[in-house]
Design a binder for this molecule. Structure first.
Ligand SMILES: CC1=C(CCC(=O)O)c2cc3nc(cc4[nH]c(cc5[nH]c(cc1n2)c(C)c5CCC(=O)O)c(CCC(=O)O)c4C)C(CCC(=O)O)=C3C
Ligand SMILES: [Fe+2]
Length: 406
């Protein structure tokens, strides 16, 4: 143990290079956070229709081969048409792209941000093509889903593979992938995502009585997908319970009183015979009302922005349910472009770049910031990660993971 009064040992290299007279503007690159080996950041999202004519083609893209009944499709088409046929998700992704570019620039990081979607224009392949044309050869993908599951992780990794195949063919090199793609880990338990949700819930409490209960909401998935999500890591549901507990603890600390909470689900689809995660948020509100709860804050922790599930399934449907039940309800913001979230995403980009450099050099791994009880997710998804269904292989090759090729 070194006594506190002992001066720090001197090293032969001055630690603050900015004090040196030879410091010139061109040396400033040394102060810049290092994002090597990446040439571009690809914001990878779900996509959504831009107008009424896009709605059905978009829905067919999303549900190809998924066994979603026609009645459900017609119902979801109505949700989009109710909002003029345009999803808010595209504008939100543009805003996030801009916020990321601004934060990168603020930190002196020179990394272009391109945007592409799995289900609608601009497609992932368009984003890869733009980055490639700009000279990029290794890119980092950041998906707009915070959680690991087939929908939020592997399905994007399959899409990246397919986009690289198509781009290779378009560039006259079929079978060659013109880019190396890595991925930022699912960030549900990153401090930035949790902090932004804490802020949003604390703000929502301004509008309800102090004893309001927090109902955290996420997208339901089939039980089979939940089981598939648990093969190589904590399950989708477990990830949400961990985030909910962290956010509730943060809110309780800020408000100086205990906070009661639950996790509920929205947006189930699929045939009625297929079990999906429950309780549905509407059913759950009825149970709470019956138990004597008078007010709730709905916190959409499963969604990073206010897209269709949030503005329809929560703001329209669940709010109507609450009104019918005589429950006072307010919806907390999704993280959107809140500062702690955007800063956290840029921290994650730097973390992933440092990890890539360490791995490339065969060196030790880098520290990973988390909150809650679960470990940081894998940078490179292990075999079996985020299966659509346990024991069933989708038969589609992936990037960003170590699955054997099929
Ligand atoms: C876990 C999860 C997220 C959260 C993670 C993430 O954010 O990625 C998510 C996000 C989204 N889901 C979206 C839209 C749709 N999802 C559908 C269908 C499905 N979602 C599923 C899961 C998830 N989905 C599943 C298991 C299905 C069944 C079909 C299948 O097994 O894959 C359908 C088909 C119709 C229906 O059945 O509802 C639509 C139109 C949009 C765009 C919204 C907009 O336009 O603003 C977004 C962001
Ligand atoms: Fe995964």
């Amino acid at each position: 143990m070194v006594p506190a009064t002992t001066p720090a040992p001197h090293t032969s290299v001055p630690t603050d290079l900015r004090d040196r007279p030879q410091d010139r503007p061109q040396d400033r690159s040394q102060d810049r956070p290092d994002v090597r080996p990446y040439d571009a950041l690809v914001l990878a999202s779900f996509g959504g229709p831009d107008g009424p004519d896009d709605v059905m083609p978009f829905l067919r893209n999303v549900t190809a081969g998924k066994g979603i009944p026609d009645e459900r499709l017609a119902e979801v088409a109505e949700h989009y048409l109710h909002f003029g046929g345009a999803s808010p998700i595209n504008g939100q992704n543009l805003a996030l792209q801009k916020a990321l570019a601004t934060e990168l620039e603020r930190r002196g990081i020179d990394l272009p941000v391109v945007w592409g979607n799995r289900n609608w224009s601009p497609y992932t392949k368009d984003a890869f093509a733009a980055a490639h044309a700009d000279g990029a050869r290794r890119v980092l993908a950041l998906v707009t889903s915070a959680y690991g599951s087939y929908s939020g992780c592997r399905q994007y990794r399959e899409d990246f593979w397919q986009a690289l195949e198509t781009l290779g063919t378009e560039l006259g090199q079929p079978g060659e992938h013109p880019l190396v793609v890595d991925k930022v880990r699912p960030y549900f338990n990153h401090p930035g995502f949790v902090a932004a949700n804490v802020d949003a819930v604390v703000e929502a409490f301004d509008q309800v009585p102090p004893d309001a209960r927090v109902v955290f909401v996420t997208h339901s998935i089939p039980d089979a997908m939940e089981a598939g999500s648990a093969l190589a890591a904590p399950s989708y549901r477990e990830q949400h319970l961990d985030v909910a507990a962290s956010v509730a603890a943060g809110v309780a600390e800020r408000l100086g009183r205990p906070v009661e909470w639950d996790l509920a689900y929205c947006s189930r689809s699929g045939p009625p015979s297929q079990p999906w995660l429950e309780p549905d948020v509407n059913d759950h509100l009825a149970v709470l009302a019956q138990r004597g709860v008078r007010a709730v804050v709905l916190s959409p922790i499963g969604f990073v922005s206010d897209h269709m599930e949030v503005v329809y399934d929560l703001d329209t449907e669940a709010m109507a349910t609450a009104t019918e039940l005589g429950l006072e309800a307010v919806r907390a913001d999704s993280v959107g472009t809140r500062e702690p979230f955007v800063r956290g995403l840029v921290d994650l980009v730097l973390e992933r770049a440092a990890a890539a450099r360490a791995t490339d050099a065969g060196g030790p791994t880098v520290p990973r910031a988390t909150v809650g009880d679960l470990p940081a997710w894998h940078d490179v998804c292990p075999p079996g990660c985020c299966r659509r269904q346990a024991g069933v292989d989708s038969g589609r090759p992936t990037t960003c993971g170590v699955d054997p090729l099929l």
